[in-house]
Design a protein around this ligand. Sequence first.
Ligand code: DGT
Ligand code: CA
Length: 574
Amino acid sequence: MRNKEVAEIFNKVAALLEIKGDNPYRIRAYQKAAQTVEALTVDLESLANQGKLEILPGIGADLANKIKEILKTGTLKIYEDLKREIPLFLLNFLEIPGLGPKKVKVLYEKMGITSIEELEKACREHKIAKLPGFGWKTEENIIKGIKLFKEKTGRKPLGEVLKLAEEIIEILKKESPVENIAVAGSIRRKRETVKDIDILITSFKSEKVMKKITEIPLVEEVIAFGETKTSVRLRPGIQMDVRVVEPDSWGAALAYFTGSKAHNIRVRELALEKGLKINEYGVFKGEEKIAGKTEEEVYASIGLPFIPPELREDRGEIEAALQGNLPKLVEYNEILGDAHVHSKYSDGTASLEEIISKAEKLGIFWVAICDHSQGLKVAGGVSIEDLFKKKKHIEELNKRFDKVKLIFGAEVDILSDGTLDYPDEILAEIDFVIAAIHTGFQQPEEQITNRIISALKHPLVHAVAHPTGRVIGEREPYAVNMTKILELAAKYGKALEINAYYKRLDLNDINSKAAKEKGVPLIIGTDAHFIDQMEYIPLGVAVARRGWCERKDILNTLSYEEFISWLKKVRNQA
Ligand code: DGT
Ligand code: CA
């Protein structure tokens, strides 16, 4: 799918036009086209091939031609022209949360600011607050935005990169003579953000594979070309290193390049203690190679069982492995349901029927439809009247469909004072109540923590969604005392969510591990607002696995009937 690539270019064109002060209708047309393309569930390329681009809302003949131009050339003439006209670093500025095109234009034209460093300096010297349309608050937000920007530059969310890596692996498998191919590095460990894509291959005709790599349309620039290692820059702005290894060293190379570095160092120490040498070519006793072909063999040679990649962070996995205490991690295919999906009843775009059919395709058996509560107007919060329509609708569908069951849920807002956004007699009608904070992110730690605690204590609440509120690269977690939250969740038998949306992954791996250790049940929800976002479940499972969770720790491994019993049990014990 190259939809994202097209959307990104349209967004950049819109931004550059806006910086330039172009016609607002033209700008809006590009923005809308980008949104349409981004939300599309079918492949643009196949639509283009069938000559069907113009059936898309907001896409006329002109934009359809532009889509074709991107698909064909990887870029757009108008985009290239604009890039020559407007300094490109201004586009970088747009990646700073809190800065839009209008503000960027002022910074450039009135202050002549041309780098992030200059911008930061101007903020610190309080020169920004005085500019027209700015103010103290904006200045503060820009400083925060720069911090987030710096943290994320070079790292991209796993959910963006994973698909890209899989796509490239598919192309190479189909169109080049690879024998073995695998992704290593932080992607294989499923870290929430990754710096680059590390790929390993074995091939008897590696020069052909390397040549093929340079011809993939997603490749923007070849950084280094060699027979054993090639590095390229992919269009979405990420580097990919492909290494050729000998079949005899496959396991050793996979272990080495999967890392993490900290894990590798511990493994090497263990090897040394046994008088062995370990590197990316194998495990050696003196000159003799004693292992290297498979990872299992490599670990076994130094007295360890196979350690799942998600655990390889030197967070206790070596000790656990030595003692035979590695957890039996929850498996990706053990997930039977999605606990958090938005429908058209609030700000989701899918109908309940579409959600059922998607769930069936994904091989899951239940979906909790958790739309926003009444007060959250910006997110289409469901009025009490509509709530009952939704309840009836779900009951009807559950009678009609056997394979996939829907659960009548709600993502109920925890208000500023810790009370909930529906009265108790209404909450009692809702089968699954997942409470969440959507406002007042700036409150001090004690206040936010107390809001979450009141929700956990509330007898009709089952779980708390995205407990820290962070958005990767965009918003820091709000101040919350996780130790207290975990204590109270454990005490009241309430669940915490692992929100699987690729920018949230909240709880994260470390908090999930802490939750598991405290006996707090975890529940994975995709928070899907578009139907395809239901595909993010494995990202949530990855977090759970990185958090050492086993099947019993994750409520989504329950069957529909078992989950319903759990929901009832929570309320009965309250
Ligand atoms: P990233 O790319 O920052 O998201 O994280 P990684 O873990 O993919 O790091 P990367 O790409 O720099 O290196 C891939 C793996 O190669 C890394 O996880 C472990 C291994 N590696 C790299 N440099 C060293 C090193 O100096 N010592 C050891 N023992 N292993 C290394
Ligand atoms: Ca890497």
